[in-house]
Each structure stands twice: as structure tokens, then as C-alpha cells.
Ligand binder design. Structure first.
Ligand code: F6P
Length: 372
């Protein structure tokens, strides 16, 4: 029997439903392959602690994790290459991560994350740290894979809100704007907009024109105030706008001017900007809602449970076969994907955005070919 290998697992960046099933898959398949799995808390932060807090993960511990949303190991947006000290200077503390991996006697590390967490993993892998990556982010914007954990559940959550937003909008006669996450990628906005049957969908990949939005609204709603009387004409409209969308002549809207450890601004507010313009320049009343973090909430969908288990299983196999410096990649339509290992450096420097040519109708601001 092969010697037991000790494997650390961490989850970093924004949480996502599907992470806990992935850990369960890693532990279950790992137990067949001689892997002993150790949970590390709060992403890279755990490995920068002089005495890392760890949780041994056996089959009994993770047996019910497939049903849990979020991540039972906690998460953080920690960049070991850029840690700001008390004097406000940025320091590279990645050597502490490497020292802790040795201190904990880890033979390998499974890193579940998006562009940032896996970007750190890619650099460490180049330096010889034995790492396997698992892709997760509700944004589905990671290069090197067609699926990232959390996307399907977020789609479910957002579609439900879009659906629920039509009754108040219809009763009162207004334009409801639903602002959704996704950073610089419009996958969540586009697909949830179709699933929830929004009337217009605005994505970061194609800057919109206000005049065109107003025109499309009046083509649907007519020229008068929507709250007057009932007619056969729709009295409301739902617009889905991605947090990273912007007008042709405008900038992306941010919550404030702070940046996170990876240099990202926090996007948010385009929905309200749009609502104000509609209220000021058309006859219609408008309301905006920012869905925020609950988009990532709740129990994983069936797809995220299955994909989590499959990603975790493949990660265990990659560790057992000592295929390090790799990302588990899923190609095709989830869950019937083809799994393979791709170089983990694939995730660095580029993101996967909506193919406008193929999917987006730039006149109707909707999915191409649906007649919407
Ligand atoms: O990357 C996932 C995501 O939810 C993005 O869609 C969003 O812009 C960002 O995280 C929000 O960041 P935070 O969780 O740090 O507020």
C-alpha cells in the first residue's frame, strides 16, 4: 500500500456554493487513494499565521457538507505577496506560506479559488510548491475552464429575484432595475436575465447607450406614465444590469475608491444611476435594487453539488498522481463535462467574458436569437 500523503485544502476569495461538496469529494476520493486531508481556515490567511489552526477532515466530518452553502473552512481575500504592514508598506510574505506548508508536513495543497486565489497558487506552483487548483467563482470568468463552482446557484438565486420583482413593478407601474454581480463579466447578468425573462440586459462587454435604453422602453411601454389605468400594454419593465456595465460615455460605477488586496475596486451603483436617468428623462418611474452578497447564498444547486463532488474527486486523483501546478478544468455543459488538468498559470492575466458576437444582441440589449 502506498504511503499516506498529507494534503491541505483551503478556500479563498468570495465564497461560493459548491465549495463544501468539492471538499467532500476530495476527502471521499482521497480516502480511497491514501490521502489524509487537512482543512486550513480562511484561505491564504491560514498559512500566514505562525500557528495555523487546522481541521483534520475525514469522511465522517464532511459526510453532510454536500448540502452546505458557502465554505465551512471560511474564506478571505488575502494576498501573501502584498501584505500591508503597520507603516502602510506592502510586503511580500509568501515565504511564510511556504514555511507553514513545511511546518504542517503537507505533501500537497488543494486550492479552491478564483482568479486571485489561484493566481497566488500559480506563482507558488512556479516556485515548486505542489499545488492543484479547483475553480470557483459565481462570476464564471475564470480562464481555462467552462465551469466555476457557484455559478449555477447564483443564477438560480438571481433568476428568482428577477421573477419576484415583476409583481411589484407591474402593480405599481414602474421600471425595475436589478443590479447583479459578476465584476467585468456579464455571464450572470445575461443568463439570469434570460432565465428571469428580463426585458433588457446590460453587460460589461458591450457599453450601452442611454438613448437606446429609453427607446427600447418606450417601444414596450408606450409614451405615458405607467401607473395610469390598466391596458393590454405591459405596465412595467425589468432591466438586469451587471455591476460592471457602463454607458458608452460613462465610467464603471464603484461603491468607493478603495481597492482590495488584489487591487480590485468594489463595483456597485450603476443600477441607481440608470434608475435616476430613466426617471429624469422618460415618463416612467424607476426603482433599482442591488442584489449583493445573497446572490452567493443558500444551499448549492444540484449542478453545484455534482460539479463540486466531481472537481474534488479529480483534485484528489491529481494529487495521488502527483500532477502538480495544475487546475482541474471542466469543458462542456455542466454537469456532463469533460474533466482534464490544465496548467494553473492559465488563470493569470486574462478572464473569460461573454462572447458578444455569439450571444448578445447589441441592438435589443438581450440574448441573441430569442426574439426578445
Ligand atoms: O468574485 C465574486 C464576487 O461576488 C463578484 O461578483 C463581486 O464583484 C465581488 O465578488 C464582491 O466582492 P466582496 O465579496 O469582497 O464584496
Amino acid at each position: 500500500m502506498a504511503e499516506t500523503k498529507r494534503v491541505g485544502v483551503l478556500t479563498g476569495g468570495g465564497d461560493a456554493p459548491g465549495l463544501n461538496p468539492a471538499i467532500k469529494g476530495l476527502v471521499y476520493r482521497g480516502s480511497e487513494l491514501g490521502l489524509e486531508v487537512i482543512g486550513l481556515f480562511d484561505g491564504w490567511r491560514s498559512l500566514m499565521n505562525p500557528a495555523p489552526d487546522v481541521l483534520p477532515l475525514d469522511r465522517e466530518t464532511v459526510r453532510r457538507w454536500d448540502r452546505d452553502g458557502g465554505t465551512n473552512l471560511g474564506s478571505s481575500r488575502t494576498n501573501p505577496f502584498k501584505q500591508v504592514n503597520a507603516e502602510g508598506e506592502a510586503q511580500d510574505r509568501s515565504h511564510e506560506v511556504v514555511e507553514n506548508i513545511q511546518r504542517l508536513n503537507l505533501d500537497a495543497l488543494v486550492v479552491c479559488g478564483g482568479e486571485d486565489t489561484l493566481g497566488v497558487a500559480a506563482v507558488l506552483a512556479e516556485r515548486g510548491v505542489p499545488i492543484v487548483g479547483v475553480p470557483k467563482t459565481i462570476d464564471k470568468d475564470l480562464a481555462g475552464t467552462d465551469y466555476t463552482l457557484g455559478f449555477d446557484t447564483a443564477l438560480r438565486n438571481i433568476s428568482e429575484v428577477i421573477e419576484h420583482s415583476r409583481t411589484p413593478a407591474g402593480s405599481h407601474g414602474w421600471v425595475q432595475i436589478v443590479e447583479v454581480m459578476g465584476r467585468h463579466a456579464g455571464h450572470l447578468a445575461l443568463w439570469s436575465g434570460v432565465a428571469g425573462q428580463a426585458h433588457l440586459i446590460l453587460i460589461p462587454e458591450h457599453p450601452f447607450r442611454y438613448e437606446r435604453v429609453f427607446h427600447l422602453l418606450s417601444a414596450r411601454l408606450g409614451e405615458s406614465d405607467l401607473s395610469r389605468g390598466l391596458s393590454r400594454r405591459p405596465r412595467y419593465s425589468v432591466i438586469v444590469v451587471a455591476e460592471g456595465a457602463r454607458a458608452e460615455d460613462g465610467e464603471m460605477v464603484t461603491i468607493d475608491d478603495r481597492h482590495d488586496a488584489f487591487g480590485h475596486v468594489r463595483l456597485g451603483g450603476i443600477g441607481e444611476v440608470l434608475a435616476r436617468r430613466i426617471a429624469a428623462e422618460t415618463p416612467y418611474e424607476a426603482r433599482a435594487v442591488v442584489l449583493g452578497h445573497p446572490q452567493r447564498g443558500g444551499a448549492p444547486s444540484p449542478i453545484d453539488r455534482i460539479m463540486g463532488m466531481l472537481f474534488g474527486t479529480r483534485a484528489a486523483e491529481a494529487v495521488a498522481e502527483q500532477c502538480f501546478g495544475m487546475l482541474v478544468s471542466a469543458r462542456g455543459v455542466a454537469p456532463a463535462c469533460e474533466f482534464s488538468l490544465v496548467d494553473i498559470s492559465t488563470v493569470r492575466g486574462k478572464i473569460n467574458v461573454v462572447d458578444v458576437e455569439r450571444y448578445y444582441d447589441t441592438d435589443r440589449y438581450h440574448m441573441k436569437g430569442l426574439g426578445m
